[in-house]
Design a binder for this molecule. Structure first.
Ligand SMILES: Nc1ncnc2c1ncn2[C@@H]1O[C@H](COP(=O)(O)OP(=O)(O)OP(=O)(O)O)[C@@H](O)[C@H]1O
Ligand SMILES: [Mg+2]
Length: 465
């Protein structure tokens, strides 16, 4: 069977012929070019699935040609052939957009392996792009809100990703919903009943890395008193979330690349390898392409992770979602805290819609949470909406909003602050406090006695019964 067409670019005739034969025997249609200009000409005339190119060539060298190919055919994968021992030039090639490299001298097997792998990723990408294009609009799920055009695109991609097992890279600023999207992909996939495991790539200590990811046998190292499965094994049959993959150190990156390629893991201190069937979803709030360019992230790993890219735009670029999200959060938080479903006053909604939301959806969620709790149920007015550390009105009840530095505080904590502040203003009068906060006197009394028994610091006026 004729498979994809490959273009081999090398100024040395012997090598060109060796590659032509090798790859033709492996079933590919092979075109050849002796230099960069010939290569560009060949790419104009015929469609190729991959270019295998020597880095050092007379006249127009490999890197220069690579740049020209990237501009003219941005989606065409290019694998560079670099001289032995010149890691820098391989790195330079990856930065310029090569998807992989092979070092000379290489044998037939090695070239075939790299070509096969790169084409596999390219095929998956094409397939997913086609699938996304075919899909109809999606009803947002109950947990993932998205009615506007930007989120509709995301939801279509989420559904397409759920149906495949290719690796997904979810990008977006902090708080845009990357983890939620990762979970949605798992939940909509045939793997939904199997485990969803999250690994925070920034938080794995280098020394524990292998054992965390791959597990260990008893006695593998000091302190390994029991054997333990690693994250990959635990996620077998399910989905593994590589959270903040852009933070992974170079050792982690190397290990990840290996598992992605081999699909098998070895526990530390064990001789046998285990095949793992794991769907990977990675998230990052960095521009990984730029990280690759700056040499901080491996280009080959990036290429393998970024098979299905899903980008979450910042909330300020999809303001049409703000009302839907705000209402969703208000209902959920009211239900969680036993309050009636609140109505968001038009003025309050206008304030929410106009804000810049540097913290994105998470910031909106926190602001609505605070407004619901302070509003005491019923209607959320504009003065209950505290933005950017601005002190919240809440009918004058709360004097100090938690400052940006300290943890935002739990609902319980916020509630306590509000009740105590109001009590202080009312000189300890519980009836007036209850009336102002829209709750019963019994609620105030019960809460005070619980806080007292928990040893919470209560101001003087609140102590007397
Ligand atoms: N479209 C959405 N619908 C409903 N809730 C959302 C949506 N997007 C985000 N959220 C909520 O916003 C919060 C932040 O989302 P999430 O943790 O997924 O963000 P993230 O991009 O992973 O952030 P970070 O980069 O800081 O880890 C979560 O509580 C999540 O449930
Ligand atoms: Mg996250």
């Amino acid at each position: 069977v004729k498979r994809e067409a490959l273009l081999v670019v090398d100024d040395e005739e012997i090598l060109r012929e060796f590659l032509r034969e090798t790859l033709a025997r492996a079933g590919y249609a092979v075109g050849v070019a002796a230099d960069g200009d010939e290569a560009l000409g060949a790419l104009e005339r015929d469609a190729y699935a991959l270019v295998l190119m020597d880095q050092s060539m007379p006249r127009r060298d490999g890197l220069d040609t690579l740049g020209a190919i990237r501009r003219a055919h941005p989606r065409l994968p290019v694998v560079m052939m670099t001289a032995y021992g010149t890691v820098e030039s391989a790195v330079a090639a990856m930065r310029l957009g090569a998807v992989d490299y092979v070092q000379k001298p290489f044998d037939a097997e090695r070239v075939e392996e790299v070509v096969e792998r790169v084409l596999e990723v390219a095929r998956l990408r094409e397939e997913n792009a086609r699938r996304v294009a075919r899909l109809a609009p999606v009803e947002p799920s109950s947990s993932l809100i998205g009615r506007g055009p930007a989120m509709q695109q995301v939801l279509v991609a989420v559904r397409a990703a759920a149906a495949s097992r290719s690796t997904v890279l979810v990008t977006g600023e902090s708080g845009t919903g990357k983890e939620l999207v990762a979970r949605a992909i798992h939940e909509m996939s045939p793997r939904a009943a199997r485990p969803f495991i999250k690994v925070n790539c920034a938080a794995i200590p280098e020394g524990l890395l292998e054992s965390e990811l791959f597990g260990h046998e008893r006695g593998a190292f000091t302190g390994a008193v029991r054997s333990r499965a690693g994250h990959f094994e635990a996620a077998h049959g399910g989905t593994l979330l590589l959270d903040e993959v852009g933070e992974a150190g170079s050792a982690v990156q190397a290990k990840l690349l290996r598992v992605i390629q081999e699909r098998e893991v070895t526990r530390v201190g064990d001789a046998k390898t285990l095949r793992v069937d794991v769907r990977l979803v990675a998230t990052t709030n960095r521009d990984l392409r730029a990280e690759v360019n700056e040499g901080r992230f491996r280009g080959d790993l990036y290429y393998r992770i970024n098979v299905i890219p899903i980008h979450l735009p910042p909330l300020r670029d999809r303001r049409e979602e703000i009302p839907g999200l705000a209402e969703h959060f208000a209902r959920r938080i009211a239900a969680e805290t036993g309050r009636p479903a609140p109505v968001i006053a038009p003025e309050a909604m206008r304030k929410l819609s106009a804000h810049a939301w540097p913290g994105n959806v998470r910031e909106l969620e926190n602001v609505v949470e605070r407004a619901v709790v302070l509003g005491g149920g019923g209607r959320i007015e504009a003065d209950a909406v505290a933005l950017d550390g601005e002190v919240c009105g809440a009918h004058g009840a709360l004097r100090a909003a938690p400052s940006a530095g300290e943890p935002a505080g739990t609902l319980d904590r916020l509630e306590r602050d509000v009740i105590l502040a109001t009590l202080r203003e009312e000189n300890g009068n519980r009836t007036r406090t209850a009336a102002r906060l829209g709750v019963s006197v019994r609620t105030i009394r019960n809460k005070l006695s619980r806080w007292r028994s928990e040893g919470a610091p209560l101001p003087e006026v609140c102590r007397a019964d």
